[in-house]
Design a protein around this ligand. Structure first.
Ligand SMILES: NC(=O)c1ccc[n+]([C@@H]2O[C@H](COP(=O)([O-])OP(=O)(O)OC[C@H]3O[C@@H](n4cnc5c(N)ncnc54)[C@H](OP(=O)(O)O)[C@@H]3O)[C@@H](O)[C@H]2O)c1
Length: 224
């Protein structure tokens, strides 16, 4: 769907019909959940990830096109975008090679984190990226306009508890957050998918960073 069709504020149920959504890292977690919701809203889906078997299963579930490669291999990433048959509308995660492929009004959507409450040894690169991504998003939104650019910064959004063995560290963290977060529950991939699809359909939003953490930063603080 081209930008002109996207120009009304926010669309209804099947509001991604005729649009193509590319999810880099779409075979599990937040990427897969976003792809599921976008598919349910009528989008055509293209998924990428490294593990071909898991990607194949996700592709079958969604009736999606798939391409297995490591997105940190920039040569391979560039060839992937070069080979895309048609302009795309929305892209989750990796944008550098993609801006020229996204239709006006579409979105480059980055997925980042809110950062931990305290600096921690070994997380220097991650902390630097977390701090830099909102600024990069704002600049890129001007650079590639009228394509839109937005960033989702998630707090803990672990997999559903059924995916974790009892006593697992992630399950313990989930239980802790369940009792401390103001929302009284843990944020999950489906919550982030809902925000991601909203950002695809709301053509007024660009250059913005959306924290989604259930209030985690309110109760645990944030690294500055
Ligand atoms: N879950 C959270 O609590 C949380 C919180 C804040 C931020 N985030 C960020 O959100 C993103 C998704 O998190 P998630 O929890 O959904 O992760 P996940 O369940 O592990 O899914 C990651 C997806 O990306 C693919 N992938 C990973 N490395 C790749 C690479 N080099 N090239 C191509 N595909 C790659 C994986 O498939 P393959 O392994 O087969 O490649 C998989 O499809 C990550 O960037 C994460 O840092 C997550």
């Amino acid at each position: 769907m081209a930008a002109s069709i996207n120009s009304s504020p926010v669309h209804g149920e099947r509001d991604l019909r005729g649009q193509t959504v590319v999810v880099i890292g779409g075979s599990s977690g937040i990427g897969l959940e976003t792809a599921r919701l976008a598919r349910a809203k009528g989008a055509d889906i293209i998924l990428t990830a490294r593990d071909p078997d898991r990607l194949h299963r996700a592709g079958l579930e969604l009736g999606a096109s798939i391409a297995a490669f490591d997105a940190t291999d920039f040569g391979r990433l560039g060839r992937f975008f070069d080979a895309l048959p048609a302009p795309i509308d929305h892209l989750l995660q990796v944008a550098w090679h993609a801006a020229g492929k996204v239709r006006p009004g579409g979105t480059l959507l980055f997925m980042g984190g809110t950062g931990g409450p305290r600096p921690a040894a070994g997380l220097a690169l991650s902390a630097a990226l977390t701090a830099a991504l909102p600024a990069m998003t704002r600049s890129l939104a001007l650079q590639v306009a009228p394509v839109r650019v937005n960033l989702i910064a998630a707090g803990f959004a672990g997999a559903p508890s059924s995916a974790s063995p009892p006593g697992d560290r992630i399950e313990q963290r989930r239980e802790q957050l369940r009792t401390t977060l103001p929302i009284g529950r843990v944020v999950g991939p489906a919550d982030i998918a809902t925000l991601a699809v909203h950002l695809m359909t709301n053509t007024a939003v660009t250059g913005a960073t959306f924290d989604i953490d259930g209030g985690q930063q309110l109760v645990e603080g944030r690294a500055e």
